[in-house]
Design a protein around this ligand. Structure first.
Ligand code: FSX
Ligand code: SF4
Ligand code: F3S
Length: 372
């Protein structure tokens, strides 16, 4: 029997009992998510059919495991099967069957066999205070484990705002001295996939991008893949027409809130948050926080945890407009001001989600901008 690393993704999918049709559906949806036009779906199919799966070591440090939950609950059946169960996921202490010494042994073996070739996925921040004692696994600190796992990694993907930026546990006064992976590892490419947690399809998309193109995705100034983090929530929010019309919900339980009025005055951080929630939505395009009546709290932005209270209207954001990109606006600290109804000159792409759903082939990076 072949070792699971010898299988292609397609082999693994078929072995798992999925049909070719399921496989093609997954490839098509994933191509759309990573911003490829319909003509490129064949390339995704080809890569998944022919390329050997990438060995993955997945570490869990100071976190709530919401990122793994998001990943395995992603509504499409294949991401979890392909990336978690059937990928050469050689170590993840949360999901693997082995435990204790056996699990540690499996990791060691895989890291040696695949030295320089595996992707290291990290969930959770790394506490550095008091010699890192606040997060220990098998008697070793998170920092020690991270350094060892990173040494042989081809690249590191930091899933979640914790490993990308420090996360909630780094909130002032940061009692355990939590830091992101990038504060500790300086000599490896790091792809930050923030969000508390990130969207499952975004997490899958980053790995598939690497598989299809054989290179890491293009990153913005904060190290996030542009294809998923180059648009503000606000630009595609379905409540946006109400924002533009100056119609705001005055309270959570108001008739206005139910009727789709903008949540800006209830603290929405959508105007300064870069993520795919308003285009892809969660749970197979079912909903996202704003659609469920809650303002965006900016969970994919650095420092969001210290930017409360979340239900208070933002103040002090420098002006932003159509020219704003994740690279320029993204650097603005959350907590800076949107001038309410004064901010009209922003790009919108209300048709995006429809496009994505209907055609399954339009790239989310290739959108047309409509000026107000
Ligand atoms: Fe952090 Fe992920 Fe937030 Fe939780 O593992 S990004 S606390 S959803 O789970 O790391
Ligand atoms: Fe949507 Fe928030 Fe922007 Fe209002 S402020 S349009 S609720 S993202
Ligand atoms: Fe997070 Fe805002 Fe999306 S709170 S889940 S980035 S809508």
């Amino acid at each position: 029997m072949s070792h699971k690393s010898d299988l292609t993704y397609y082999d693994a999918v078929r072995r798992a009992g999925f049909s070719r049709r399921d496989f093609l559906k997954f490839a098509t949806a994933t191509a759309a998510f990573i911003g490829l036009p319909g003509t490129m779906v064949g390339k995704v199919v080809e890569a998944l059919e022919n390329k050997k799966r990438i060995p993955v070591i997945w570490e869990h440090f100071q976190e709530c495991t919401g990122c793994s939950e998001s990943f395995i609950r992603s509504d499409h059946p294949l991401p979890a099967d392909i990336i978690l169960d059937k990928i050469s996921l050689d170590y993840t202490d949360t999901l693997m069957a082995a435990a204790g010494h056996n699990a540690e042994e499996a990791k060691k073996k895989s890291m040696e066999e695949n030295y320089g070739k595996y992707i290291l996925v990290v969930e959770g921040a790394i506490p550095t205070k008091d010699d890192g004692i606040y997060c220990c696994i098998a008697g070793r600190t998170a920092e020690e484990i991270l350094k060892e796992s990173a040494a042989g990694a081809l690249a590191i993907i930091t899933y979640g705002s914790c490993s990308s930026y420090g996360g909630v546990q780094a909130a002032a006064p940061n009692p355990t001295g939590s830091v992101p992976v990038s504060d500790i590892i300086k000599d490896k490419p790091i792809i930050k996939v923030p969000g508390c947690p990130p969207i499952g399809e975004v997490m899958t998309g980053v790995i598939v991008h690497y598989l299809v193109f054989g290179r890491l995705p293009e990153l913005d100034a904060q190290g996030r893949p542009k294809e998923f983090y180059n648009k503000r929530i606000h630009d595609s929010c379905y409540r946006r027409p109400f924002f533009d019309a100056g119609l705001y919900a005055p309270a959570f339980d108001s008739e206005e809130a139910r009727n789709g009025h903008c949540l800006y005055k209830l603290g929405c951080r959508g105007p300064v948050t870069y993520n795919s929630c308003s285009t892809m939505e969660w749970n197979n395009g079912t909903s996202f926080p704003i659609k469920s009546g809650n303002p965006c709290i900016g969970c994919s932005e650095n420092g969001f945890w210290d930017n409360g209270p979340f239900v208070k209207r933002l103040t002090n954001i420098p002006e932003f407009g159509v020219e704003s990109t994740a690279d320029t606006i993204g650097k603005i600290v959350l907590g800076a001001a949107v001038g309410g109804a004064a901010v009209h000159a922003v790009a919108t792409n209300f048709g995006k989600k429809k496009e994505l759903k209907e055609q399954h082939c339009e790239g989310i990076t290739n959108e047309s901008k409509i000026e107000n």
